[in-house]
Design a protein around this ligand. Structure first.
Ligand code: BES
Ligand code: MN
Ligand code: MN
Length: 463
């Protein structure tokens, strides 16, 4: 591995320049206005995979954006790693809150990134992290030091639910056959506290509409007698948590797996500074389900949050109006063993049942996703742990994350293999927010660590 590591050190500038070029293409999957740029990004990734030495590089068309595939199959007796990543990004809005344009990457120092961080949409989630794999592969190839077979599958629709990737995986299950899925789309606890993600939350996402009178009304002439959909939607949403911030939807917690006291205690040993956490967010106090720590609230407990709410007059000045309707988008983060479809149904039944007779409500489900947990007593985890120990000089901590990557549960279902979530971002890197960034330290550390995963996995995994 020394040749590979030397190659990485000697090519740091080039690796950075290429990532900056990738970040300049605005691959926003949610907004059709960016469609041609999303495709350009797929072409860019395919071209770089070929240049790095991959065979069979091809864009697989789907009903949405293409999936970039490429492989290097050196020996059927060696294990095969399937690398997953996504080249699409979240919309940059609200654009006015960015300190520099989201698709014109700049490098700036921050408190947590004294070596500098790249500011751009997708820098951390997930272009920067997916691209580490292409560069790590290039380094291993350049040194004739690829320890196992590898297949790449980089998609362009993760941020909109990965529906077409699910179809692709089932259709091409044979081509994609592997021993493990390796992905970098999560975080480490801190740059001096390495960790491996061993759990993801699931997701149920709904949109609700509350309709009252058949038109907007004068709030003086009608106000007081006619149900106001904006007032009512607020009351309905507020009623879905009790005074202990426990979600009140009947049956919501029925399938939640209780984490043992011993596991909870271990989880809470991870370094966490509450006052730093509050300072970074400019909040005076946290709030959440009674009896759980922040680390628990954001990993092993489910949530219900309004993501957006609208209705009535929001223009300049005051307009006295009693709105005809109100809407909200609501997400519920789920934990093992909750089923997104079941939770969506429970939500729908409950929301309809609590609606007062003065309004009509509709609930429209959006994409969801299954939670995932990966055990630590596997060769996959051990290989990842050894790899991080090699480059960080200390053993990583297993950690459950609060985010969701719905396709991970499907990998297990379709390929029958575990996923190793070897992420290198920081939770404070502002993914999905204005001023998303990714540390240069993190980018290079990822590129350095990945080849060691290949090495240890090939050693530990006996076919
Ligand atoms: N990479 C994130 C998920 C993530 C972030 C996991 C940080 C762990 C730590 C992924 O791109 C993402 O944003 N997922 C979405 C779900 C999807 C269905 C839109 C999410 O978690 O909101
Ligand atoms: Mn991601
Ligand atoms: Mn994301």
């Amino acid at each position: 591995m020394t040749g590979t590591q030397t190659y990485i050190q000697e090519n740091k500038e080039k690796f950075l320049e290429e990532l900056l070029a990738l970040l300049r293409i605005p691959s926003v999957s949610a907004d059709p206005a960016y469609a041609s740029d999303v495709r350009k990004t797929a072409d860019f990734v395919a071209e770089k995979l070929t240049a790095a030495g991959a065979d069979n590089v091809k864009l697989y068309e789907t009903a949405g954006y293409p999936i970039v595939y490429g492989d290097k199959l050196i020996d059927p007796n060696l294990p095969t790693i399937l690398v997953y990543g996504h080249y699409d990004v979240q919309p940059p809005d609200p654009i006015e809150l960015w300190d520099s344009p989201p698709f014109e990457p700049v490098i700036k120092q921050t408190k947590l990134h004294p070596e500098g961080a790249i500011f751009a949409r997708g820098a951390c989630d997930d272009k920067g992290q997916a691209y580490m794999h292409v560069k790590a592969f290039e380094a291993m190839m350049a040194n004739g030091d690829l320890p196992c077979n590898v297949k790449f599958m980089i998609e362009g629709e993760e941020e909109v639910g990965s529906d077409n990737l699910g179809i692709f995986c089932k259709e091409y299950a044979e081509m994609l056959a592997c021993d493990v899925v390796l992905l970098s789309d999560t975080s480490v606890i801190a740059n001096d506290v390495p960790s491996i993600t061993v759990g993801l939350r699931g997701l149920s996402y709904v949109e609700v509409e509350v309709v009252g009178p058949n038109k907007d009304l004068h709030s003086g002439v009608y106000g007081g007698a006619v149900g106001n959909p904006v007032n009512i939607i607020c009351e309905m949403i507020a009623s879905m948590k009790d005074e202990n911030k426990h979600i009140t939807i009947p049956g919501f917690y029925d399938d939640v797996v209780t984490v043992s006291d011993a596991d909870r205690a271990k989880m809470n040993e991870a370094p966490f500074d509450l006052s730093e956490y509050k300072d970074a967010l400019s909040i005076d106090e946290i709030q959440g389900e009674k009896g759980y720590s922040v680390l628990e609230l954001t990993s092993i407990r489910p949530t219900l949050d309004v993501n957006g709410i609208w209705g009535g007059y929001i223009g300049e000045g005051a307009k006295t109006v009693l709105p005809s309707k109100a809407n909200a988008k609501i997400s519920m983060r789920l934990v093992p063993n909750q089923d997104p479809e079941k939770i969506t149904k429970l939500f729908q039944e409950h929301f309809e049942s609590i609606a007062p007779a003065s309004v009509k409500v509709t609930v429209t489900p959006h994409h969801g996703g299954m939670p995932a947990v990966t055990p630590t007593d596997t060769v996959e985890y051990r290989a990842a742990s050894l790899a991080m120990k090699e480059t960080y000089g200390k053993e990583p901590i297993p950690q459950r994350s609060g985010g969701s990557i719905p396709i991970v549960a499907l990998f297990e279902e379709v390929f029958g293999v575990k996923s190793v979530m070897l992420g290198f971002g920081l939770d404070s890197d502002d993914i999905h927010s204005p001023n998303e960034h990714y540390g240069l330290f993190n980018y290079y550390k990822g590129i350095e660590t990945i080849p060691y995963f290949y090495k240890y996995y090939a050693e530990l995994k006996t076919k």
